[in-house]
Design a protein. Structure first.
Length: 284
């Protein structure tokens, strides 16, 4: 596949999905590392392994099941990705964000992106949930922006606004849901690095100095593509580890997956609340 995705490739995947289900999903949900457990809540699911969908990138890492579920999630028609691919796996930015384009063509109006992230903010602990208020596109600042290449006019303009990467109304719904259910949460800025190596202590001090609260290797490219098409985004990080600002501890993928088990019930409670309240938000 060439570096840049075409509308024909996107629509080929859409047709293949539509051939398997009559459900018109209105919400898209991406479940990050160790967070796939939420997929069990999808009712009457049509389950499509990523490898059976034309042009869909297939994840290569542990903790990502690699399946698309289409069905009812907490009362809303939804398409749920159990796992995603990352730039560090060797995929192009077009491939990394391909599923977001498919969601947009399927008619999805709201996308909920989840990820596992390392805490940079010293007040955060492993097992915390952070609602994203904003992002730093570290991975894209040097040129790896998912919108590089021919502009897909079907979705949006060449130079899209990015003043609200995360939708303020969805953020309010998430906060209200967490408060009602007495689920503790943090809010903050997520920064995306390419990975796959975790950060050095000096990397982390730099990231802290430029205003990041949590660091990960996903989400930001997906949010940019979603916003290019004016799709509203809610972002939620599961804090899997405290960043190692002084080099005293090591970070492992096992730790990231283990924290996921602690985080899934909180994430599930917040997402359920948002889904139930969604009809209160005016469609834009
Ligand atoms: N750094 C980058 N990505 C991550 C981390 C981290 O500490 N934890 C989970 N994903």
């Amino acid at each position: 596949m060439s570096e840049f995705i075409t509308i024909e490739q996107i629509d080929e995947a859409v047709s293949a999905i539509r051939a398997k289900t009559k459900v018109s999903p209105k919400v898209g949900l991406v479940l990050g590392s160790g967070l796939g457990g939420l997929a069990a809540s999808v009712k009457n699911a049509t389950v499509l392994p990523f490898k059976e969908i034309p042009n869909w990138p297939v994840s290569t890492i542990q903790g990502h099941a690699g399946r698309l579920l289409i069905g009812e999630l907490f009362g809303q028609n939804a398409m749920v990705m159990q796992g995603r691919v990352h730039f560090y796996e060797g995929y192009s930015m077009g491939q990394v964000t391909f599923p977001i384009r498919v969601m947009q063509r399927m008619g999805v109006q709201v996308i909920i992106l989840t990820n596992a992230a390392g805490a940079i903010n010293p007040n955060f602990e492993a097992g915390d949930v952070m609602l994203l208020t904003d992002q730093i596109n570290m991975i894209g600042m040097g040129g790896m922006n998912p919108l590089r290449g021919p502009n897909l006019e079907e979705f949006g303009e060449r130079f899209p606004d990015m003043s609200h990467p995360y939708d303020p109304e969805l953020l309010k719904l998430a906060e209200a849901s967490a408060q009602e259910k007495h689920i503790g949460y943090q809010k903050g800025v997520y920064i995306c690095l390419a990975g796959p190596s975790f950060e050095s202590p000096a990397d982390l001090r730099f990231l802290r100095a430029i205003g990041a609260d949590a660091v990960g290797m996903s989400t930001v490219p997906e949010t940019i593509v979603a916003r290019h098409g004016r799709t509203r985004v809610l972002g939620i990080s599961g804090i899997s580890n405290k960043a190692n600002l002084n080099g005293s501890t090591e970070t492992t993928h096992e730790e990231v997956l283990a924290a996921g088990e602690m985080i899934v019930p909180k994430l599930s409670g917040i997402i359920q609340g948002v889904m139930e309240k969604l009809n209160l938000v005016s469609d834009r």
